[in-house]
Design a protein around this ligand. Structure first.
Ligand code: COA
Length: 375
């Protein structure tokens, strides 16, 4: 028997939610190329597409968006709970711990019932952005900003986060970043979600576990570290030495490389265009300049190994432009990925099988207990 370390390359599900061709740099959601969705759609419509398997009719779309807007608000008990958490707690930890509490307020408890899938989707898509934004305000010692239903999904999030109305063009680009984060086949956090739901635990448990899984620096946590990495470099003249030193020490360059993409990440390409656009509105920031130079030099060393910048490399710079503190970057990834996690949980339950891999035991046998005094 062979151990499939990290399950690399082992199919564990049949899925029609998304498709990646890592050699050609193709990403599709329900068969639609990602750039077409970014050009024509918005995050909530894409969420519907992922979760329900088709583009919504006007009526279905309106109901979905209205239901999500209704669920933007948090129960005061949750806001009070946030106020009691130590202010230096990482936002991903806060998110991971609040998500299961949302289940308490959902009357549709049966994970096998479609009603649970719908209400969990609507609740999580509605309330997670509010949790993140409220936590930012509360952890900085400010009162939370309540949701504004008259704003678009992205505008409302940025409004709650910063207490000021965002530029429409910038909010639109942010919405498209959410589209790009929404789904990515069976990555580790999505796998975590379906493993949890295979036990028939509810969608809130699945999403909370997925948030924990996403927080690691080899997965969603990379974008936060990209910021620290770029920030640590004094100026562009030091980039080459920095990269060489990291590679000599066999350290991973954050925001570079991908398990599946062995060419340029198509999502990174789109966010790079957004950076070009936002730099025209807000000016060319130091971080942006450094990132472009870093990419150029990084590719000089890594391209031959098929290692390219990934989505996290450029979102770190984009979110910095929006004035978002780095510890919140992975939360934004999580708030978008809810759609993908829910879509996969819903799909997996159609033909559920409890996950139970096996192991190759390599310990001893018939070893006898030794009392403390004889150890
Ligand atoms: N920086 C430097 N070297 C890297 C690298 C990186 N970011 N990513 C991979 N490599 C190198 C490895 O050191 C290894 O080199 P070797 O063959 O000389 O030992 C080789 O590429 C293959 O590494 P492996 O770990 O097998 O690749 P992987 O496909 O499993 O790695 C990631 C995928 C994402 C884990 C990896 O690229 C990484 O750690 N990236 C940084 C974190 C990150 O940005 N994560 C977000 C992903 S969206």
């Amino acid at each position: 028997m062979k151990v499939y370390s990290g399950l690399a390359g082992i199919p564990v599900v049949k899925s029609s939610i998304s498709y990646i061709d890592g050699q050609k740099g193709i990403l599709e959601y329900r068969g639609i190329p990602i750039h077409e969705l970014v050009e024509n759609s918005n995050f909530l419509e894409v969420s519907y597409l992922l979760i329900f398997g088709k583009l919504p009719s006007k009526k279905e779309y309106k109901k979905f968006v209205d239901d999500i807007k209704e669920s933007l608000f948090l129960d005061e008990a949750i806001i009070n709970f946030l106020k009691d958490i130590p202010s230096d707690t990482h936002p991903m930890k806060v998110l991971q711990s609040i998500v299961p509490i949302l289940a308490t307020f959902d009357k549709n408890k049966d994970v096998l019932d479609e009603k649970h899938h719908y209400s969990a989707a609507v609740n999580l898509l509605g309330k997670v952005p509010t949790i993140i934004a409220n936590w930012k305000r509360i952890s900085e010692g400010n009162p939370p900003v309540y949701p504004d239903k008259s704003l678009s999904y992205a505008e409302n999030f940025l409004f709650m986060l910063t207490n000021s109305l965002p530029d429409k063009k910038i909010a639109d680009m942010f919405d498209k970043c959410l589209i790009l984060h929404a789904e990515h086949t069976i990555n580790v956090s999505t796998f975590t979600a379906i493993v949890v739901v295979s036990t028939l635990a509810d969608f809130y448990s699945a999403v909370s576990s997925a948030v924990g899984s996403l927080s690691g620096r080899l997965h969603g946590g990379a974008n936060e570290r990209v910021f620290y990495m770029l920030n640590e470099i004094e100026d562009e003249s030091k980039i080459e030495d920095f990269i060489r030193e990291m590679l000599n020490k066999k350290e991973r360059i954050m925001g570079f490389g991908h398990r599946i993409y062995k060419t340029y990440d198509p999502r990174a390409k789109i966010i790079k265009q957004f950076l070009n656009e936002i730099s025209k509105i807000k000016g060319v920031s130091n971080l942006y300049k450094k990132a472009l130079k870093f990419e150029e030099i990084g590719l000089k060393y890594l391209k031959e190994k098929h290692i390219y910048p990934n989505i996290d490399f450029f979102t770190a710079v984009f979110y910095n432009y929006l004035g978002i503190p780095p510890q919140f970057y992975t939360c934004i990834f999580a708030m978008a990925r809810i759609s993908g996690w829910i879509a996969h949980c819903k799909e997996y339950l159609k033909d559920n099988k409890l996950f139970r891999p096996t192991q190759i035991y390599d310990g001893g046998h018939n070893i006898h207990y030794v009392p403390f005094e004889k150890r």
